[in-house]
Design a binder for this molecule. Structure first.
Ligand code: AMP
Ligand code: GLY
Length: 430
């Protein structure tokens, strides 16, 4: 079969790499792809937010399955358009993807379906927002309603800071995305990312992962898209997972279907494991990046049948069979370290040459996934993005996986690249 994969990050490189290993797959076409994905299948120069262009490309290629990596095309309705053309798509409708693209919608849905999450209010005006803050204690969690590339959440430590931030957001700090705010209570606990593949009814649970959002060691400094990740995350033990299934996933899937917007694709649940059990921090409508890299690396079986059944329906009651094809039982401890460009997540220079990527990829158990890379006119690999490479490794245990990923990172010759050295501190012994 032929697949069309949308996106250009290390998440998509990992998906392309994994799908390409399937005996069912002939070609993985990518749009727009990146220099790493280019080695797997043909890349087409159509941006992930150009949904007219992507529809045209799909009609040309006629893939048997389309896998949508990032949130923006989902929010723009790419899945709906391609389904209307008769294609099988792994990725939710624009309406269902509002679980990510509108935090207010997402909180209302949780409220309606009785899913545990932080107490919240939705506001378009300063007075209402301040009156709600009067009912809460610090720290205050302030969220732009719309998509803000992972930057739309501010945790204010004092009321003064919260007031200033609410004013800034409502007056356009994140553009249209912050014309409405969600204000919510701060939840104490340990965070994890849970990924559920679903056709709208059935649910297939991948091993839980954890990522490190902050740029600095010791989980300090500004938030990024994610500086590293690992799976399986021990904090999500059988008891927590059972509650996530019963209290979060089942009511969400049932509720969304009953309200005429069945959720098809992967539901990413940002969970806070609190003393009162798991509560939802956020939903995303896609795989996490960098969590996807460790999930694809750790899975030893074939993920393509599961992607396909989520797109076409028929998962319910057959979860064990699809889980066995993926070899969920045989999942290997996996780690990924993000190599980022000096200055990230603020501004950074583009164009520095990166050497040693091939050598890094020869370390036992390592795959190097590309994100913000390009090839310059002289044919050299250069850094063009904030997050640039994901050194991803499996091992017999986390210590071995992390040692391999860092060994690979150390083989790079790229003076303006950096990584955090403490990724996985919760699970590493060395
Ligand atoms: P979000 O984009 O909603 O995931 O928020 C970004 C990050 O802010 C999350 O990954 C959490 O670390 C933190 N966060 C968001 N909401 C809360 C909350 N209600 N309580 C504690 N931390 C939160
Ligand atoms: N790793 C966080 C995200 O993908 O949103």
């Amino acid at each position: 079969m032929n697949i069309l994969l949308i996106g250009s990050g290390a998440r998509e490189h990992a998906l392309a790499w994994k799908m390409d290993q399937s005996a069912l797959v002939d070609v993985v076409h990518c749009a727009p792809g990146n220099p790493g994905m280019d080695k797997i299948g043909p890349c087409f120069d159509v941006a992930a937010d150009d949904i007219d262009g992507l529809e045209k490309l799909t009609l040309q290629i006629e893939p048997d399955l389309i896998v949508v990596g990032p949130e923006v095309p989902l929010a723009l309705g790419l899945s709906d358009r391609l389904r209307a053309r008769g294609f099988d798509v792994f990725g939710p409708s624009a309406e269902a993807a509002r679980l990510e693209s509108s935090k207010g919608f997402s909180k209302d849905a949780m409220d309606k379906y009785g899913v545990p999450t932080a107490r919240f209010g939705r506001f378009k005006d300063l007075l209402g927002a301040k009156a709600f803050l009067d009912t809460m204690d610090a720290p205050f969690v302030l969220k732009a309603d719309g998509l803000a590339a992972g930057k739309g959440v501010v945790i204010a430590q004092s009321r003064k800071e919260a007031d200033a931030e609410v004013e800034a957001m409502l007056s356009g700090k994140f553009g249209e995305a912050s014309s409405e705010l969600v204000i919510e209570e701060f939840m104490q606990g340990e965070e994890a990312s849970i990924f559920v593949m679903t056709d709208g009814e059935g649910a297939l649970y991948l091993p839980a992962a954890q990522d490190h959002k902050q740029v600095g060691e010791g989980d300090t400094g500004p938030n990024t898209g994610g500086m590293g990740a690992y799976a399986p995350a021990p904090v999500v033990d059988d008891a927590v997972l059972a509650r996530v299934k019963a209290e979060i996933v089942e009511p969400m899937l049932k509720g969304m279907a009953a309200d005429g917007m069945p959720y098809q694709g992967v539901l990413y649940i940002g969970v806070m494991v609190t003393d009162d059990g798991p509560k939802v921090v956020e939903f995303n409508a896609r795989f996490g990046d960098p969590e996807c890299q460790v999930l694809m690396a750790g899975l030893t079986g074939d993920i393509v049948p599961a992607l396909l059944v989520c797109a076409t329906g028929g998962l319910k009651g057959n979860e064990d069979a699809f889980g066995a094809l993926m070899d969920l039982e045989g999942f290997q401890p996996a780690a990924t370290i993000i190599l980022a460009n000096e200055g990230y997540p603020e501004s950074y220079a583009k164009g520095a040459v990166i050497e040693g990527v091939e050598d890094a990829g020869t370390v036992d158990g390592v795959e190097v996934f590309h994100a913000g890379t390009d090839i310059d006119d002289a044919g050299a690999l250069i850094a063009t993005g904030g997050r640039v490479l994901a050194m991803t490794a499996t091992g017999a245990d986390f210590d071995e996986a992390f040692a391999r990923a860092y060994q690979a990172a150390d083989r790079l010759n790229w003076p303006t690249g950096f990584c955090r050295r403490d990724i996985g501190w919760r699970v590493r012994k060395t």
